[in-house]
Design a protein around this ligand. Structure first.
Ligand SMILES: [Zn+2]
Length: 256
């Protein structure tokens, strides 16, 4: 592999790859110890360059992964370095890298509370917490597709361009980011949001943020370190979404 220029320093891509391997293992351990995955669930990947990605192997516990167990594949899913088979969800990772040039990392897990929402056919779209509105917007639900085959991606594909986090019906959560840490933080945020929403609903009727409060958030200065771009899910998106939600609820009432 060739070295690349980053800022003033020439960084050998072997060093970068080594760092990515270590980071995947570190975040895999965090996912496992936080209970976002158990046993051999979940998978992580990082885009290495225009035609290679680093991905976790199938059938390995994310809590005990070693850097040398990770695999390098091309963007057709063929293993080009390492032993073993890549994660059975590799198509999902390839989908993100194909549709989102801005995405450098993908995380997939089965966090229990967010997955419970997905199992009940509920997206996480309540405008409840300013931090979630600002960081993720709404978290839609992709219709069920059998894991490990192309069908899983069919329902996910339309949601990939506009969402950094998606619930997978009866399955789990997938998140992406401009780096692995960001993708992992999105995963944590989704699970925490699901936890707070379900607790709030047990306690009573959560107060949702008003349109005016959402608009103020959209115009607020970002905190230091946060992306300064106006988010895709600006106020107009919420208005449009709520109209769709009302229609869906009416349809659901009719079916019942
Ligand atoms: Zn899964």
């Amino acid at each position: 592999m060739q070295g690349k220029i980053t800022g003033m320093a020439c960084v050998d891509s072997t060093d970068a790859e080594r760092a990515y391997r270590a980071q995947i293992c570190h975040i895999g351990r965090q996912m496992y110890h936080r209970g976002l995955v158990v046993a051999c669930e979940g998978n992580l990947s990082v885009r290495l360059n225009s035609d290679r990605m680093l991905i976790t192997p199938a059938g390995m516990c994310k809590g005990t992964l070693a850097p040398e167990q990770l695999l390098i594949t091309d963007f057709d899913g063929n293993v080009v370095e390492g032993n073993g088979k890549p994660s059975s969800e590799i198509r999902m990772h390839l989908l993100y890298y194909r549709l989102r040039p801005d995405v450098r990392a993908v995380c997939h897990a089965h966090p229990p509370i967010a997955t419970a929402f997905a199992a009940c056919g509920r997206a996480l779209e309540e405008r409840l917490l300013p931090e979630v509105v600002m960081s993720l917007g709404r978290v839609p639900l992709a219709p069920y597709g059998t894991p490990g085959i192309a069908e899983l991606c069919a329902g996910l594909q339309p949601l990939v361009p506009d969402h950094d986090a998606v619930l997978l019906e009866n399955h789990g959560v997938v998140t992406c980011g401009r780096n692995l840490e960001k993708a992992y933080f999105h995963l944590e945020t989704v699970e925490r949001f699901a936890e707070i929403l379900s607790t709030a609903e047990l306690l009573g009727k959560p107060r949702l943020l008003t349109q005016r409060e959402i608009q103020k958030l959209c115009h607020a200065q970002p905190c230091p370190g946060r992306e300064a771009t106006p988010r895709r899910w600006a106020a107009e998106t919420w208005v449009k979404f709520e109209a769709l939600l009302r229609t869906a609820l009416r349809l659901s009432d009719v079916r019942q």
